[in-house]
Ligand binder design. Structure first.
Ligand SMILES: Nc1ncnc2c1ncn2[C@@H]1O[C@H](COP(=O)(O)OP(=O)(O)OP(=O)(O)O)[C@@H](O)[C@H]1O
Ligand SMILES: [Zn+2]
Length: 965
């Protein structure tokens, strides 16, 4: 019989003549077309057997004065008229069927005919959709739960996270939502074991074809077979919002299923029902994780304190609709005993079968028109249903057109006793007129443990063997939506009875743990090339960088927590080689986690996520040397190994990131990091990561240096550079910097005169604007023993990293405003390590009134010591722009009444004294004559109000100004 119905419907839909009649009916604006019961026999008149027609046959007929409801036409127009098909009539439907579906599970939605709702979206609707659906029925489409696409649609969905699209084609949220309804209704179309603790749906009122689209079968071909071979019209019907069918055979099927409880839960008429449908709550105790709501509603039933309007709101898939139905069922449950619903009395059974006369569901209602709403409400209000609560569930009510609310509120106002409205919405953005009259129940996201337990229960019931971890993963990816979790499990079940963690990972587009650990291992072992290669391999499979990063973070957390079990032999791994990790390794992992979490922020806002992810990964082994391959020593500028200071890495992570990112881009562009294009000395990519940016190795530097020398036009300059100068580092990043070191101050001064030419030569070689730092070798650097990193002329010829005492060239203080001080007179020294500020009166004198500097970490009143030279040492860790120094000093001068010249002289002093200020730590110290000290004290107080100067602090005789950056 179902097959017959399907055939008839199909014919009807395909018959152009019937469609023509539909069109003409529509064109005539005959809103009541097909209302005549006889119409079914007269296709030309619009043979759709509408609700009205069916009402006429209904044992509970409508009042005669309302023979034809506009909503019926509207409803009919939204339905793909199986009824019409069944009677061989034409389909009464506007060209574009609205997506909204209006379904009644109440009596007036006369049993017997299936009303199919065009849920295919704004463009579709119509016959086309019906045809698709009918034809797909026989193919049974792809079998993917409709919900899947809905999952895909949402921001934090599994598939989004995974960067995959497994959509069944319902990318439109509305259609997805409609599909969801239809899917749920599919479940409603069958009844199963009513004794189960979570029994199956109680809404066999399916009245709508599933809103599959033609793309359905394309999306996931691997799953097509899982549900192939389903046929028959009954299997087509779905929708939580269905209209009752009075098809006797269907009814009897359903009834017998409901009563016997023997019908397979998994299918109805062979059609796959999703687990979400199958395990929809039937009683309050089936509702998971919403104990407050359940308790309140249950007590309302018990105490007979029933409200008029309820709003159930909260995130999707948390049980709002299910709860509304259970509540509706409970309201009319005949059982004398609590808890209700009993799920076994006549009323409950009728409800489960979709034959309840007391429930009407509307929704989704995006495109429904006002008339339809009015008609629906009127109809139900007017139809007498003695001694029963009449329940209206308006799902997705936030999509109601604004003007319907006033109507609804009027209806609500004059609603007779025993009428209950349940509005379902994701939020409370509903008109005040309603909100002020209702009880509001929030449905929070479900806890992961609740989801896991439910999934476990379902798995057991379904005979699925699912890893606990797999369940956890599904749950964690469901964003608190049990429906989503169930749908994922459902889809996985199509792949076999055994569901492993890796299967889940693969299906949802995540990377398997083993691969993750491999990647982590490479990154932590500083194996740059393989890190980048592996990363590329992984991401080529479509994994989204953000998801991958999150997975990496998760696995690190698991390893740190000791909950990760390494499955593969560790032999081929380096970092994870040993069976147990040392304290040191754990610390590295902790750092790695920190690095990843910091990088995640950048990743989120970046358009080039892949690059940033690569950069982050390459930072995971900060104390290791990064190995970059070289094609040949002569052509590769980046083959060296350069030390990478952990502290520097942290401090300069941003720049570092950039350079790693460049490296990565290079790689993604098909080049190996560090690989040099032989025909060019331009080294804008592929740098080794050292101390705040890319620096070139010795060989690279030599090549650059040679190239620069060749580019210098002046012979004398070339000689000076060749003899007295040395290129000590080239670094790229936000502020590409080249550092030159000269053997003496005199030579440095000579070079300064040619700064323009030198700059030009470097820029033409490096094809990039650069910052040129020129300094001379400072004996004090060596004597102080605190500047070990710099060796101007290292014996081994290697390039070392300069950390301090750089010369700054004022023309360079652009951009971020880094200032790098050059031209040391070695009056001042950074003693970065001990956190002690030393001062020297003589030097203060030399400074005039201003002194530099103190690190922010030095407590106020920090100690002043004399070093072995009787000179003051200053902690200088930050860099700050000259402009910033001047600004700060100017601010002081304004407030302190100093001359305008003073701040500039301060800044100049900084520059002359070979001091380097670094971000967030620059401090200016003024010699504390009694007058100026007074001024400064006052300044401190005054500037508390000012953000820029709020960090002023007197420190012994110095006043410190911390850079706001
Ligand atoms: N709290 C819950 N308890 C039991 N099952 C639930 C719960 N929440 C969701 N489900 C499962 O998900 C399916 C859909 O749930 P339901 O439609 O009630 O959620 P919803 O909150 O109304 O979602 P939406 O807002 O998207 O309509 C149910 O059939 C059921 O299988
Ligand atoms: Zn009951």
């Amino acid at each position: 019989m179902r097959d017959l119905l399907a055939l008839q419907r199909s014919r009807s839909l395909r018959d152009p003549s019937t469609r023509r009649s539909v069109d003409s009916a529509s064109n005539n604006n005959n809103s009541r077309v097909a209302a005549d019961p006889d119409a079914a026999d007269h296709p030309g008149r619009g043979a759709l057997k509408t609700l009205l027609d069916q009402l006429a046959e209904n044992p509970h007929p409508k009042p005669a004065r309302r023979p034809r409801r506009r909503f019926r036409r509207a409803a009919g127009s939204r339905r793909a008229a199986p009824a019409a098909a069944a009677s061989g009539g034409a389909l009464d439907r506007p060209a574009a069927a609205p997506r909204a579906s209006v379904n009644s599970s109440s009596q007036e939605a006369v049993c017997g005919n299936k009303y199919l709702f065009g849920a295919g979206g704004a463009d579709g609707g119509g016959d086309e959709l019906m045809r698709q659906q009918v034809s797909q029925e026989s193919r049974n489409v792809c079998g993917i739960p409709w919900n899947w696409s809905r999952i895909h649609h949402r921001g934090k969905s599994i598939l989004d996270m995974a960067g995959r699209s497994l959509s069944c084609g319902l990318s439109d949220p509305k259609s997805a939502s409609a599909a969801r309804r239809s899917e749920a209704a599919t479940s409603a179309a069958s009844c199963g074991n009513m004794n189960g603790s979570r029994s199956h749906p109680h809404f066999p009122v399916t009245a709508r074809l599933t809103s599959s689209t033609s793309s359905d079968s394309d999306s996931l071909p691997l799953l097509v077979d899982g549900v192939r071979g389903v046929g028959g019209i009954s299997s087509s019907f779905s929708g939580e919002l269905g209209i009752f069918s009075k098809s006797s055979d269907l009814d009897s099927d359903l009834a017998s299923e409901a009563r016997s409880g023997q019908k397979s839960r998994g299918s109805h008429g062979g059609r796959h029902r999703s687990l979400a449908q199958k395990y929809a709550p039937r009683t309050f105790k089936d509702v998971v994780g919403q104990s407050l709501v359940v308790q309140a509603l249950s007590n309302a039933i018990l105490r007979k304190k029933i409200g008029l309007v309820y709003v159930f709101y909260g995130p999707h898939g948390t049980g709002k609709t299910s709860c509304a139905r259970v509540f509706a069922k409970a309201l009319n449950c005949h059982s004398a005993e609590h808890p209700r619903p009993c799920d076994s009395c006549a009323s409950c059974i009728a409800h489960n079968l979709g034959k309840s006369r007391s429930l009407l569901e509307i929704g989704p209602v995006g495109n429904i028109d006002l008339d339809s709403i009015v008609d629906i409400l009127d109809n139900v209000m007017l139809s007498p249903v003695p001694s029963q609560h009449r329940v209206f569930i308006i799902d997705d009510c936030h999509t109601l057109p604004p003007d319907t609310w006033s109507v609804i509120s009027k209806v609500v106002e004059r609603a007779p006793r025993r009428v209950v409205f349940i509005l379902i919405s994701p939020n409370l953005d509903l008109p005040h007129i309603i909100m002020s009259r209702c009880q509001k129940f929030f449905f929070p996201k479900l806890k992961e443990c609740d989801i896991i337990n439910t999934l476990q229960w379902i798995s057991t019931s379904e005979g699925l063997d699912v890893d606990r971890d797999a369940l956890k993963l599904i749950a964690s990816r469901s964003d608190g939506s049990l429906r989503d979790a169930e749908m994922t499990l459902d889809q996985l079940s199509l792949l076999g009875q055994r569901i492993s963690m890796s299967l889940v990972q693969e299906l949802v587009g995540l990377v398997s743990d083993d691969k993750l650990v491999d990647l982590l291992d490479l990154a932590l072992s500083a194996d740059t090339v393989n890190t980048v290669k592996t990363l590329r391999d992984i991401t080529e499979t479509g994994v989204e960088p953000l998801a991958l990063m999150s997975q990496l973070a998760t696995i690190i957390t698991d390893i740190l927590a000791g909950t990760y079990a390494f499955s593969r032999e560790r032999v081929r791994r380096k970092f994870f080689k040993r069976p147990s990790l040392s304290k040191d390794d754990m610390e590295k992992l902790r750092q790695a986690l920190k690095t990843l979490s910091e990088a995640e922020k950048q990743l989120r806002v970046s358009n080039d996520k892949m690059t940033w992810l690569t950069a982050a990964l390459l930072q995971l082994a900060p104390d290791k040397q990064y190995m970059l391959p070289s094609s040949s020593p002569s052509t590769t500028l980046n083959q060296g190994l350069l030390a990478h200071s952990e502290g520097d890495a942290a401090r300069n992570s941003a720049m570092d990131n950039r350079n790693s990112a460049m490296e990565a881009s290079n790689y993604h562009a098909g080049r190996i990091p560090g690989e040099h294009t032989p025909d060019s000395h331009v080294l804008s990519t592929g740098a080794t990561r050292v101390n705040g940016g890319s620096r070139y190795s010795k060989t690279d530097s030599e090549m650059i240096w040679q190239a620069v020398l060749e580019n210098v036009h002046s012979d004398s300059l070339r000689k000076l550079l060749a003899r007295e100068g040395r290129l000590i580092s080239v670094s790229l990043g936000t502020a590409p910097t080249v550092q030159l070191l000269f053997s003496s101050r005199v030579n440095k001064s000579k070079a300064e005169k040619y700064r323009g030419q030198i700059l030009q030569a470097f820029e033409s070689v490096l094809s990039s604007a650069i910052i040129l730092e020129i300094r001379y070798e400072s004996k004090d650097d060596l004597a102080a023993g605190h500047a070990p990193v710099i060796s101007p002329y290292p014996e081994d010829g290697s390039n070392m990293v300069l950390r301090r005492s750089f010369t700054k060239h004022s023309s360079v203080s652009s951009g971020e405003g880094e200032i790098i001080e050059v031209g040391s007179q070695m009056d001042w020294r950074a003693t970065q390590d001990n956190g002690i500020v030393t001062s020297n009166d003589r030097q203060e004198g030399a400074w005039g009134e201003c002194l530099l500097s103190q690190h922010q970490e030095v407590p106020q009143g920090g100690k002043f010591l004399n070093n072995e030279y009787g000179r003051q040492k200053n902690i200088v860790r930050g860099k700050v722009s000259l402009a910033h120094v001047i600004n700060q000093a100017e601010a002081h001068s304004q407030q302190g009444g100093w001359s305008r010249h003073k701040p500039i002289s301060i800044a100049e002093k900084l520059e002359q004294d070979n001091l380097r200020l670094e971000p967030r730590s620059s401090l200016l110290c003024w010699k504390s004559s009694s007058t100026s000290r007074r001024k400064l004290s006052a300044l401190k107080i005054r500037t508390r109000r000012s953000r820029a100067l709020s960090r002023l602090a007197l420190c012994g005789r110095c006043i410190s100004v911390r850079s706001p950056r």
